[in-house]
Ligand binder design. Structure first.
Ligand SMILES: C[S@@+](CC[C@H](N)C(=O)[O-])C[C@H]1O[C@@H](n2cnc3c(N)ncnc32)[C@H](O)[C@@H]1O
Length: 246
């Protein structure tokens, strides 16, 4: 079964995931989870998500454990109604909040007037019955996933052999995140990426210089806060390095 995104996130990799190498290991670790676009494409693997944002980690914990019936019972929003006014768990509010302003880096509260009209909420773009039903149809597929709340610096186990999909806030453009590039030591992250066991895939944007990245593709972006429509994605993998030095 092919899964669709559970929510969309600034810089999310669901759309671009097929351009990256396929996982060679049964265990995928995303130390910068966001909306976990890569793992969503390979959801039947063992998946470990690490995420510093309480909201994003909370959404994943909710999705992994919520019943199908509870998703289907989530309320829709009236035009102008705030997510805060609905009687659901905090995690469910965060999930709905990500669908109120898709492609952003944190949940929002209220659908704007134009997005709350029937046409928009009937599409798979904003919080509405189709999105709710699609999420409900998918939650049983990720019961085996696990999510850890905290910083990768504290939670990554360097002895774990896995496919590591490393997609940190962009070094040059990651300013939209609350847990953004300003809080990251990219020199240290580069060292960690080169030390990990297994297959290591690192994502960045053109201009990043903390690993010897190469061009991957121009991909359509879902960057809610910028006017850019394509993003020049670059990649580093430990496999290329090994092949080149072999
Ligand atoms: C570019 S997004 C990941 C996008 C993801 N690949 C997707 O498909 O949606 C980066 C994520 O890393 C999180 N983050 C930032 N600093 C972190 C840290 N030190 N440890 C763990 N997560 C962090 C951010 O909150 C954000 O959710």
């Amino acid at each position: 079964m092919k899964l669709h995104p559970f929510f969309t996130y600034f810089g999310g990799k669901y759309r671009a995931a097929p351009k990256y190498p396929a996982p060679k290991h049964n265990h995928i670790v995303e130390p910068f989870a966001g909306s976990a676009g890569y793992s969503t494409r390979y959801h039947d693997r063992e998946v470990t998500l690490i995420e510093a944002s309480e909201e994003i980690a909370g959404i994943w914990d909710y999705l992994i454990h919520v019943s199908v019936a509870d998703v289907l019972a989530l309320p829709l929003l009236e035009p102008g109604q705030s997510v805060d006014s609905i009687a659901v768990s905090q995690e469910a509010k965060w999930l709905i909040g990500m669908w109120v302003n898709p492609g952003s880096s944190q949940p929002k509260k209220t659908l704007s007037t134009w997005t709350s009209n029937d046409g928009c909420t009937r599409l798979f773009k904003f919080w509405g019955a189709p999105v709710r039903e699609r999420i409900a149809s998918q939650v049983d597929q990720i019961r085996h996933w696990q999510v850890k709340l905290g910083r990768y610096e504290d939670l990554v186990d360097p002895d774990t052999t896995a496919t590591w999909f490393v997609d940190p806030p962009y070094q040059k453009m990651g300013k939209h995140y609350r847990h953004g590039a300003a809080q990251l030591d990219f020199g240290f992250l580069g060292y960690v990426c080169q030390s990990l066991q297994g297959q290591v895939i690192v994502c960045e944007n053109e201009g990043a210089d903390w690993l010897p990245f190469r061009h991957l593709a121009h991909v359509r972006s879902n960057q809610a806060n910028s006017g850019r429509t394509t993003s020049a994605e670059v990649i580093w993998t430990n496999e290329i390095e090994r092949t080149e030095s072999a």
